[in-house]
Design a protein around this ligand. Sequence first.
Ligand SMILES: Cc1ncc(COP(=O)(O)O)c(C=O)c1O
Length: 391
Amino acid sequence: MIDIEKIRAETPGINFSTHLLACGSSLMPQSVVDVILEHTQLEALMGGYEAEEKKIDELNKVYETVAEHIGAKSHEIALMENSTVAWSHAFYALPLKSGSRILTSEAEYAANYVAFLQRAKRDNLKIDIVPSDQNGTLDINVLEDMIDESVGLIAISWIPTNGGLVNPAEKVGQVAKKYNIPYLLDACQAAGQMSINVKKIECDFLSATGRKFLRGPRGTGFLYIKEKWLDTIEPVMIDHFGAPWVEKNVYELRQDARRFETWENSYALRAGLGEAINYAEKIGIDLIHERVQLLAGENRKLLSEIKKVQIRDIGMEQCGIISFSIEEKHNPKNIVNQMSDAGFAIGLVDPESTLIDSEKRNLPTLLRMAPHYYNTVDEIEKAVKQLSLLL
Ligand SMILES: Cc1ncc(COP(=O)(O)O)c(C=O)c1O
């Protein structure tokens, strides 16, 4: 059982507002803030390089922490400043022959899709969208049917930014493995709300962010690169950290995934990310998932009882993000502002964030609510009540 009272006591943000937007950026536990402040303070007292040296063992441990959290090995992890940078590093480094096809999901995130478009233009690639089944989930059978020798990459979002859908990441991994196709998984919205095991998923690359369900600081993320790629994959951009300059005309790539990193970093934030993952692990990711499911289910049910609200979540399995639209006469941004004035943090998602899905389903700007395990049913009831008064 999660000790909610304790967790709430360790989360100062709950006293400021009722925060229901973990899919945007969630509330950090105090211990995460403490670790960041402590390292920053040390930098102020000793100097940044000296603080790094003093804390090097703890800082190196963050790689193990991330790796253990997702079932990887620490040399398969690179720490990054966000999910997009992590994802892009893997995507742009992958050699894809002219004429190859990228298979992706309808729910793909804008940052990923514009990168597909850029490489499609530059490297003569084709982007093929795997249709969803009647529930809105990526259709695994169709995915398999679409495979031939021209497919160079499968890259999908496990959970999209615009709602509750959970795509079948593991089943996609089975198909990718069967046909020996590289598989890049965007786990940005999954990390911290459900268990991740890269061995079970069988992905080659996985990207995630710190600030969302993981409750880490902004400006953090990570990239997993399966060991086998470390023999061959070369980052598009390198510096002398990722690729030491060993002779006048020679550089040597690091052996580990940190070849994608650069020399300068925010060590305070990295320490904060490590603490956020430790904090989640202490609670237990399965318990977190169970509670997020419970709260999201309640949130979805209460919203669906408001006539002027239309729930827009699709998929058989649904997660902690609840998306909904309201009557056209209301401006969603004004509603978010009015909710904020009343002490409730909820959010918006524009159609452009997931354009393929938004066009297919003719979605307007949606409102999003995403409770985390530190929220309570009482908070959700009050938030939904407040919303109903505004509509
Ligand atoms: C599905 C998905 N992928 C990637 C990202 C990008 O994450 P970041 O802002 O950390 O780069 C987001 C952010 O909302 C997202 O929802």
